[in-house]
Design a binder for this molecule. Structure first.
Ligand SMILES: [Zn+2]
Length: 184
C-alpha cells in the first residue's frame, strides 16, 4: 500500500459542541466509558456508504475516513470520542484481490473542502473473503501514515461480513463494544 500523506490541521470539538451536534450521546456515560480508549461513533449512513463501496467489486477497495475528534477540553490528548462523519472512497487506485494502492489525490480531495472541525481521521479498506484483520502491510501503512493516537484503521471483509477497527501508530485493536452505531 502506497500513500502520500498531506498534513491537515488538527482541531477538536469540545464536549459542549458535540452535545449540541450529537444529542444522542449520553454524555456522562461517554466520559466514563472513554477512560481507556475513545468511543468510535459510526453513523449508520456512513457505514452503509462504506459497505456499498467495498461491495462494488471483489477486490481490495478503500478510502479515507473523515470526522471529528471530541475532547473534554480543547486538547487532542483528552479525546473521549472520535466521530466518523464521512468516507472518501479512493476512486484513483490500483487494486487486486490482495493489494491496494491509493494515490495522493484521495488525500487532496479529502483535505480540501473540509470544515475546521473535520479532518482525515483514518482509513478503511476491504479484504474480500480473507477475513477482517490487519496484515503486516496494513500495520506498516498505519504506522507510516496514520500514526497519531486518534487515527483509525478499519478493515472489512464484505463477503464474511466481518469488520475490525484499529487505532494509533501500533494499530491497537479496538474492542467491538467501543464502536457505537447510530442514525443521524
Ligand atoms: Zn489489508
Amino acid at each position: 500500500m502506497k500513500w502520500t500523506s498531506i498534513k491537515s490541521e488538527i482541531a477538536t470539538i469540545t464536549l459542549k459542541k458535540a452535545a449540541h451536534d450529537w444529542s444522542f450521546v449520553e454524555l456522562s456515560s461517554l466520559v466514563s466509558d472513554a477512560q481507556n480508549c475513545p468511543l468510535i461513533l459510526y453513523p449508520n449512513p456512513i457505514r452503509n456508504k462504506i459497505m456499498k463501496h467495498v461491495r462494488e467489486q471483489n477486490v481490495e477497495l478503500g478510502g479515507l475516513l473523515v470526522g471529528s475528534i471530541v475532547s473534554i477540553t480543547d486538547s487532542v490528548e483528552e479525546i473521549i470520542a472520535i466521530v466518523v462523519r464521512d468516507a472518501m472512497p479512493s476512486i484513483d487506485y490500483e487494486s487486486s484481490a490482495v493489494s491496494l494502492t491509493m494515490s495522493p489525490r484521495v488525500w487532496q480531495s479529502a483535505n480540501s473542502g473540509l470544515s475546521d472541525e473535520m479532518l482525515v481521521i483514518g482509513w478503511y479498506h476491504s479484504h474480500p473473503n480473507l477475513g477482517a484483520f490487519f496484515s503486516c502491510v496494513d500495520k506498516k501503512t498505519q504506522k507510516d501514515f496514520f500514526y497519531n493516537h486518534y487515527n483509525l484503521g478499519l478493515v472489512i471483509d464484505p463477503v464474511r461480513n466481518e469488520e475490525k477497527w484499529y487505532i494509533g501508530a501500533d494499530a491497537d485493536e479496538i474492542e467491538e463494544n467501543r464502536i457505537r452505531a447510530f442514525c443521524f
